[in-house]
Design a protein. Structure first.
Length: 734
């Protein structure tokens, strides 16, 4: 867990580090970095250099002769911890290599393996990811009789959402159901039963999910005096990044870890608290001064990312927040274009405006990978994706599978997991089901025979297989025997596993195994950097790598970025578009005044602060309802609160099929006579039997004209579709 990725050579260690350049910090950063003892809350506005502040703080503490190993750095991503430790190492004599730095979950993993025996946990537990947890829920639903033909019961995903929500929000399961899913009230007693069985199953098989890591760390500090004294005495200074994203358990852990000294610095921005759906509690950062009496508050307000016109707009957005630490972002960089608000007629017009503007930006030599389109929900970009495709744009939509979430990768990892934890029931089940002629019932019989053994692998060799699957079972035992040889490296284990698994792999995934094989090659590359299996297994569970989708793509760096706002946090681009800013869509129509509404406001603030030079805020003035009718929409109330002088309003001036725009000072609902004329012509041109082409559905024939602005087309590959002409972007072929 402790990320020590620095070169271990005598020359680097013996060289005298340069004196810290405090003059390179602004006044607020310097105040935070040189803070003495006691608690400090750093409110770091977007783009204000929070990482630099934390890096210098670490280096400053070491310069003040604080032992590096007594400093604990807690982050939310492994990459953040690595970057900070590496940057701090360049400012010191490499002693930052001894700072304990990592994510909350990775730190919990380390401490529980060292001290978990105080709670009855062995050091060999296995960490399970979300899909593993849902697999266990499915097993329990079946064994308890809650699933089967004709039975109504919440899905495994919903059950896990409820169980995890109860843990992260520290409220009873029934309260989660009553507050968020009242239609599931009838299942509360059964959900309690599943919750109890789920906890017991994990304990019996030495498993911990992500929530367990945090709750057991908290339990360790609360329930074991010996563990609490050892752990809290070990760390004299605690630094926490992105404190606004902590949940109640994480905040309680920070409070307990700093109990002996109160030397804790948390850095965050209340205006960027947008993860309540993951359990993050906005009030943690607001309550910090109360929980740590005598807290010094430092505000970082100088922005190093955006132009002043962008900052003036974003300051205006967040100024209306009901609860906040008041701050005003500014930059010393002069100039810049005003942000643009563009009310399109509909989503099709919104997409066309974005595409035409991107074309103009390209002519101004702005690379595609410096342009991003952000949206509240993934489906909001559908019309834009079609428009981009029809114009030949290459784009990357963020938010796919993690590498270790793929079925074939899980297959391979299960072999490693039973080596480090022979009681891992879930992994054994996966391995056994790969055997030809072995089904769930047979797998459960085999597992029942080994689950109470002190040596499950040795016990497995005594099991007498049926003739139908004896050959495969014996091949598995041969593999396990080879795996138990001493001195094998993780890479050697991988080679043995693949020798056994590859024939099974090609049979199970016969339709696309060559593509999947490339992903197995990524695992082979990853594992070569590890010296022990436990570290590899922990890292793949705690920080799973992304699928490499750009292999062999020389133009991957030139793709336009499409991403949800939640996935964009922490990133920046030259130009940012935020689409779908219509009332009822942003904030979401189900958002009620209060906490939900305020988080939606912060979500828009986060989106707009991703832009360095230009930001475009767009919305459709017409939206389709679930019953496929169109209704008028106004701009988001968050946009209406911004004074007109802080942005430039643009409007369409010609037909919807052309992209010619002009500036207007105010107003919405603008329709030109030219646009109406073009609509009539389009209706008259289309008739049954005409051949047309759609950018997504391909070629087809007009079948019927069911109503104004609608056309029914029979597509060669996709069958009959009723399309709205304002969205369809049809090309007449003949």
């Amino acid at each position: 867990m402790q990320y020590s990725l620095f070169p271990d050579d005598k020359k680097a260690r013996s060289a005298q580090p340069p004196a810290l350049d405090y003059d390179s910090l602004n006044d607020s950063q310097r105040q935070a970095v040189t803070h003495g003892s006691g608690p400090v809350l750093v409110i770091a506005g977007a783009g204000s250099g929070k990482t630099r502040t934390l890096v210098y703080r670490m280096a400053h503490l070491i310069e003040q002769n604080i032992a590096p190993e007594s400093i604990l750095l807690l982050t939310f991503t492994r990459r953040s911890a690595q970057e900070m430790l590496q940057r701090a190492s360049r400012l010191t004599d490499q002693s930052c290599r001894r700072v304990v730095g990592g994510t909350f979950h990775a730190t919990a993993n380390m401490l529980l393996r060292q001290h978990g025996h105080h709670l009855g946990f062995g050091a060999g537990f296995t960490i399970i990811d979300r899909s593993d947890a849902e697999g266990i829920i499915n097993l329990l639903k079946s064994s308890l009789g809650f699933s089967g033909a004709g039975k109504r019961f919440p899905s495994k995903r919903m059950i896990m959402n409820l169980l995890s929500g109860s843990v992260n929000k520290v409220i009873p399961l029934e309260d989660i159901v009553y507050q968020s899913h009242p239609h599931l009230i009838e299942f509360v007693d059964d959900l309690h039963r599943i919750q109890e069985e789920y906890f017991q199953f994990k304990f019996n098989h030495a498993l911990m999910d992500y929530d367990d890591l945090l709750t057991n760390w908290q339990r360790l500090l609360k329930e074991s005096k010996a563990a609490r004294e050892e752990i809290t005495a070990r760390f004299n200074h605690i630094l926490v990044d992105e404190y606004q994203d902590t949940n109640l358990t994480q905040a309680a852990i920070v409070r307990s870890m700093a109990n002996l000294h109160n030397n804790v610095m948390v850095v965050g921005d209340d205006a960027q608290s947008i993860y309540s759906f993951r359990g993050a509690d906005f009030h943690n950062i607001m309550r910090f001064p109360e929980q740590f009496p005598g807290t010094s508050i430092v505000k970082l307000e100088e922005n190093y990312r955006s132009t002043q016109p962008i900052l003036s707009l974003t300051n205006s957005i967040i100024a209306q927040a009901q609860e906040k630490f008041t701050k005003t972002l500014f930059t010393k960089s002069e100039g810049g274009q005003k942000p643009v608000i563009y009310p399109a007629k509909n989503e099709g017009g919104e997409a066309r405006f974005i595409v035409e503007t991107i074309k103009k930006l390209q002519k101004d030599d702005i690379p595609l990978n410096e342009i991003a389109v952000l949206f509240r929900s993934g489906f909001h970009s559908y019309k834009l994706e079609m428009e981009l495709t029809s114009h030949g744009f290459d784009y990357e939509k963020r938010g796919g599978l993690k590498l270790t979430e793929s079925a074939h990768i899980k297959d391979v990892l299960s072999f490693f997991r039973v080596l480090v934890n022979p009681w891992d029931h879930l992994s054994w089940n996966r391995i056994l089901l790969q055997l030809d002629k072995v089904g769930p019932k047979t797998a459960q019989k085999i597992l029942a025979s080994i689950q109470n053994s002190d040596e499950p692998i040795a016990e497995l060799t005594k099991y007498r297989p049926a003739p139908a699957w004896k050959k495969g079972f014996e091949a598995l035992l041969t593999l396990l025997g080879k795996q138990l040889q001493k001195g094998l490296t993780p890479s050697a284990h991988f080679d043995l596993i693949m020798e056994y698994y590859e024939p099974i792999f090609e049979k199970i995934y016969y339709d696309d195994y060559p593509k999947r094989k490339k992903e197995l090659d990524q695992i082979q590359s990853l594992i070569s950097g590890y010296g022990d299996l436990q570290s590899f297994i922990d890292d793949t569970a705690l920080d799973p790598p992304e699928l490499d989708k750009t292999e062999g793509d020389d133009n991957s760096s030139q793709k336009l970025i499409l991403t949800t706002i939640h996935s964009a946090k922490g990133l920046e681009w030259d130009t940012v578009f935020v689409l779908g800013l219509a009332e009822g869509r942003f904030p979401h129509q189900n958002s009620t005044p209060g906490e939900q509404w305020e988080e939606e406001r912060r979500l828009l603030y986060v989106a707009a602060t991703r832009a360095k030079k230009q930001v475009y805020l767009t919305y459709p003035r017409e939206l389709m309802t679930p019953d496929r009718k169109f209704k008028r929409a106004d701009m988001s109330p968050f946009l209406r609160e911004i004074s007109p002088g802080k942005y430039e309003l643009k409007q369409e001036t010609s037909s919807f099929s052309n992209s010619v725009f002009t500036n207007r000072s105010s107003g919405s609902g603008f329709h030109s006579s030219g646009m109406k004329k073009q609509k009539r012509q389009a209706d008259e041109e289309l008739y049954p039997g005409m051949t047309v082409r759609h950018p997504f559905f391909g070629p087809g024939q007009v079948k019927n004209i069911p109503g104004p602005r609608r056309v029914e087309v029979s597509f060669d590959r996709h069958g009959d579709k009723i399309l709205h002409l304002d969205y369809a972007n049809l090309e007449i072929v003949s």
